[in-house]
Design a protein around this ligand. Structure first.
Ligand code: FES
Length: 355
């Protein structure tokens, strides 16, 4: 059926107005409803009143400026507020002033970039509705040229080039926001220097039982038992206790000397008593499950298994290194003491680690 035929089937009152037809109303022969087309375009106040447009421009610029100020406040808060300062804020209760300030300022900075862009689009950019016919996915050269022309036209209509105040403040706001992330890089420092390669163990330091807080004698360690120890002088109420025990925690086991396969391990032990780092060389969990028949210790986190009768070699699991051994002996008073620090870093591998 032709288009002429469809005009004959649709009554005049159902036809779109002349204006709607002018905006693209289309009738199809097999379509029972006429395309109503687009409603007449209504101009916004900003389209007809240059003073209103200027007001909107200033509002948008103000929003981008608030965003910039909030970013500056974010950086200032990061520098000014101590990380452990807690304040009472209704209705949140007790909160870290640093977290509160960072959250508020970053939220304001992002919000006003979004609000500025939306206000700009709603009040100043072109709001003319247009009909664009669907086309094939692969654009032909003419379409490509049209898209480019549309883009240039859109850029012109948005006032991007003309409204320099908005453009510049928006660039400022968008450029400043990433600075919030840059200042947080400060938290990556300071470098640990040699803190990862040394522990509190020194020659002559006594091995203190972690449960009884008493220095250990060889007779306190029986075959088949697993004892945890820390260096003498490190107390639970020390400020640095957690940092130091995380590296110095020791695991002590007594083996039959004949069961020890590794010669160095034997030399570093005392009457079959061996001392190893308790920190798993995978990702640092405390190793704690000991099986006395096999002399295996198991890390509960990812099941790495170490053979304490063979230099704590890894026999199963993801750990990449044996547990470091601490050389021990007995002092003149009969207490177990360290003969120095571990010879290799304890815990997980890291990229500067040489052994
Ligand atoms: S931390 Fe020990 S196996 Fe993963």
């Amino acid at each position: 059926m032709s288009e002429t035929g469809s005009h004959e089937n649709v009554s005049d009152e159902n036809l779109p107005s002349e204006q709607a037809q002018a905006h693209g109303a289309v009738e199809k022969a097999d379509d029972p409803f006429a395309d109503p087309g687009l409603p007449p375009h209504e101009h916004r106040i900003q389209d007809i009143d240059e003073r209103a447009a200027k007001r909107s421009e200033r509002t948008v610029a103000l929003m981008f400026t608030v965003s910039m100020l909030a970013t500056v406040a974010f950086i200032a808060s990061y520098v000014a507020f101590p990380i452990d300062k807690i304040v009472y804020v209704w209705p949140l209760g007790r909160v870290s002033i640093l977290n509160l300030a960072l959250g508020l300022t970053l939220g304001i900075a992002l919000f006003f970039i979004g609000a500025g862009a939306v206000h700009w689009a709603r009040t100043l950019m072109s709001d003319e509705e247009m009909v664009d016919e669907r086309h094939a996915v692969a654009a032909d050269p003419e379409t490509e040229a049209k898209v480019k022309a549309d883009f240039v036209q859109g850029a012109k209509e948005s006032g991007f080039g003309r409204r320099k105040l908005i453009r510049n403040t928006m660039f400022g706001a968008v450029a400043l926001v990433p600075l919030s992330g840059v200042v947080l890089l400060r938290d990556l420092g300071p470098l640990p220097e040699d803190k990862l390669t040394h522990t509190l163990w020194r020659k002559g330091k006594l091995l203190v039982n972690e449960n009884t807080n008493e220095p250990l004698r060889p007779e306190d360690v029986s075959v088949g038992s697993l004892t945890f120890a820390r260096p003498e002088g490190l107390e639970h109420d020390d400020e640095e206790f957690n940092n130091e025990i995380a590296k110095a925690a020791l695991m002590i086991v007594r083996l039959e000397p004949g069961d020890i396969k590794d010669k160095k391990e034997l030399d570093w032990s005392h009457e079959g008593i061996v001392a190893y780092s308790k920190i798993c060389t995978h990702v640092g969990c405390p190793v704690s499950l000991y099986e006395q028949q096999t002399h295996h210790v198991l890390c509960p986190c990812h099941q790495s298994t170490f053979d304490l009768s063979d230099g704590a070699r890894v026999i199963f699991g993801p750990a990449g290194h044996p547990l470091p051994q601490l050389k021990i002996s007995v002092n003149k008073d009969g207490y177990l003491e360290a003969q120095g620090d571990f010879e290799e870093p304890v815990g997980p591998a890291y990229w500067e680690r040489k052994r």
